[in-house]
Design a protein around this ligand. Sequence first.
Ligand code: BJW
Ligand code: ZN
Length: 247
Amino acid sequence: MTTPIPAEALRAVADAGHIVVLTGAGISAESGIPTFRDAIDGFWSQYDPRDLATPEAFARDPELVTRWYDMRRGMCAAASPNAGHQALVHLQQQVTARGGRFTLLTQNIDGLHQRAGSTEVVELHGSILRWRCATCAAHPQDLPMPLPSFPASCACGGHLRPGVVWFGEALPESALEAAVEAAAACDLFMSVGTSAVVYPAAGLIDLANDRGVATMEVNRDPTPLTGRVSWALTGCAGEVLPRLVTP
Ligand code: BJW
Ligand code: ZN
């Protein structure tokens, strides 16, 4: 179900001086990438993603965790940005053209915002497209798809791991600092396609809510934020965002 968009919400997007958008896996769902908490069919349905996205899982079973990430890397590389990603490119252009500021924070690791044309994207949870050695931190270039072995080896003998942030790991310092600064300064915070349960990203909206500035959610389903935003817009990001942002 897609709700009508209140005129005040449209005005807030059209008039805000500094917009922060925080995206989650829901915005890439319409590109065919399963969300983090969606079940993946077949072999991988027996695993809970929360049990694989940890340093402990990688230490315990590097082959399994590397296979899971390499399969998902293939899905991300094969996907294309959708109307939701494109609407945020238009929004960035419009806000910038009127002399305002636009900050795109994403929890997504798929690189689709950048491929759509968004610039200065703040990747809070890293990228599945960049890998590094878990031992010496070397960054291999041009990783073959699929990887040649599971786990894949570095010249130093260590294992390669995806450049994502696992549960229990710190977010990249510069990304978190940029996110906190922007959320504390914006006059409209939009949360798009995220279940809003993973911290510290889920807490960023409080930096806007606590100052009494406008907040908005765009999501297919209710989340812990739904009752706490100025406008909760129900629907798919690829349908709602283009209606919020007329090109
Ligand atoms: C649509 C749609 C459509 C579908 N249109 N909508 C405070 C309280 C409690 C716990 C903690 C806390 N602070 C920290 C923690 C611990 C932990 C945490 O938050 N746990 C909670 C789960 C309880 N956080 C951490 O461990 C973080 N690290 C940390 O805090 O470090 C501290 C530290 C400091 C110094 C030194 C050391 C440590 C790290 C969190 C990293 C999260 N990483 C992951 C995995 C990335 C790699 C991978 O993908 O495998 O990031 S977890 C996973 O969740 C992924 C996502 O980015 C993230 C958020 O998920 P997202 O994007 O919201 O997706 P879904 O699937 O949950 O939701 C999709 C939504 O879209 C749904 O709502 C759908 O309805 C909707 N939807 N189709 C619109 N078409
Ligand atoms: Zn190495």
